[in-house]
Write a protein that binds this ligand. Structure first.
Ligand code: KG4
Ligand code: ZN
Length: 343
């Protein structure tokens, strides 16, 4: 017989995240009270290859997951028996990496006799903001910018999404990573460009702002090509100026479109999610734009923007309340999409 399902402010959810190159576990109470959040990064294992190697990622998750979960429980200062549910990313992400988390989560749920909840990683990025400010009001516009996605999402209520715009080619994080690799700044590219840009002039080179005046979709592949062409034609240019000018071009487009989206849907606020949301210039410009528009801008802390399991546990808590547990035959879905409400 399964333990009775509880869902209230004292419900403790263990979140597990293994979709890419971070092994993470967190305990969150009532959907927003983060008791612990542990992230073991694999960056060093992949750095030599200039990107995430799927097989290495899966093996590293296998090794790291049990200790990471154990640490999350210890740091939360509660007994395992207080855990009411296990939530885990089921997609999108690398299939082998996802399977490690999903299998472990279902096993733990079974062993502890508590519900298992499958979580969409994209939805979780939308919830980083709620972890730090549960009083945010709908409709909200979320600018979700990660290594694999660039999306403008209207959040009409908990678990209710409309897609307003998205990239038609590269994701913003992918552009950061590719340009950083080209400039020899290392991996992951986003933080490296962020740092290098501090020493450069953002107006040194006027890189293209694709589709700036045109709707809410994005395109970043031309910008990457423009960077490569400029550096080849101007071999003396400093990587600091290229990094600063490239970053300014990406951030310009992201902020103009996020602002347009918020205006279009009459959003009460604009929030960031995803790894690129850790970018210093983006954070500064987005807050400036919100202040100018008289709209609430909320920036989750950098730790909550990049991949973590607290955001997974937060969605797990909400989904447990709205949909109940997921069946134990739930799989891992590398191309999982955000479930949208019909227009
Ligand atoms: O959300 P995330 O941790 O993983 C995915 O779900 O993709 O995002 C990773 C992406 C990488 O492309 C990384 O370069 C980028 O976020 N990123 C940044 C910064 N920190 C991480 N991009 C720009 N500036 C940063 N400070
Ligand atoms: Zn992510």
């Amino acid at each position: 017989m399964s333990r009775a399902l509880t869902h209230d402010d004292s419900t403790v959810v263990l979140g597990i995240e293994t979709s890419c190159d971070e092994t993470a576990a967190a305990l969150v109470m009532g959907g927003s009270d983060v008791l612990s959040s542990v992230v073991a990064s694999q960056i060093e294992l992949h750095a030599d290859f200039g990107g995430v190697v799927p097989e290495i990622a899966s093996r590293a998750h296998l090794e790291a997951l049990n200790p990471v979960v154990a640490r999350a429980v210890v740091e939360a200062g509660i007994d395992e028996s207080r855990i009411d549910a296990v939530a885990c990313t089921i997609g999108p992400g690398l299939i082998g990496a996802l399977l490690v988390g999903v299998s472990a989560s279902k096993s733990l749920a079974l062993a502890w006799d508590v519900p298992f909840v499958g979580v969409n990683h994209l939805e979780a990025h939308c919830y980083s903001a709620f972890l730090e400010d549960p009083t945010l009001e709908f409709p909200l516009v979320v600018l979700l910018v990660s290594g694999g996605h660039t999306m403008l999402i209207e959040m009409c209520g908990h678990g209710r999404y409309r897609l307003l715009g998205q990239t038609i080619d590269d994701a913003a994080g992918e552009a950061f990573d590719k340009v950083a690799r080209f400039l020899g700044l290392g991996y992951p590219g986003g933080p490296a460009i962020d740092k290098e840009a501090l020493r450069g002039d953002p107006e040194a080179i006027r890189f293209p702002r694709a589709m700036l005046d045109d709707g809410l979709d994005f395109s970043f592949s031309g910008l990457k090509t423009a960077v490569v062409n400029h550096v080849r034609q101007n071999p003396d240019v400093t990587s600091a100026d290229v990094a600063a000018s490239f970053q300014a071009a990406v951030v310009d487009v992201l902020v103009v479109k996020a602002r347009r989206a918020a205006e279009q849907v009459g959003a009460t606020g604009l929030v960031l999610g995803g790894g690129v949301a850790a970018n210093s210039l983006l954070r500064e410009e987005l807050l400036g734009a919100c202040a100018a528009d008289g709209r609430r801008g909320f920036l989750p802390s950098r730790e909550m923007c990049t991949d973590n399991a607290a955001m997974i546990a937060a969605v797990g808590w909400h989904r447990l309340g709205s949909d109940g547990p997921s069946p134990l035959d739930t799989g891992a879905y590398p191309n999982l999409r955000l479930e949208l409400i019909p227009d």
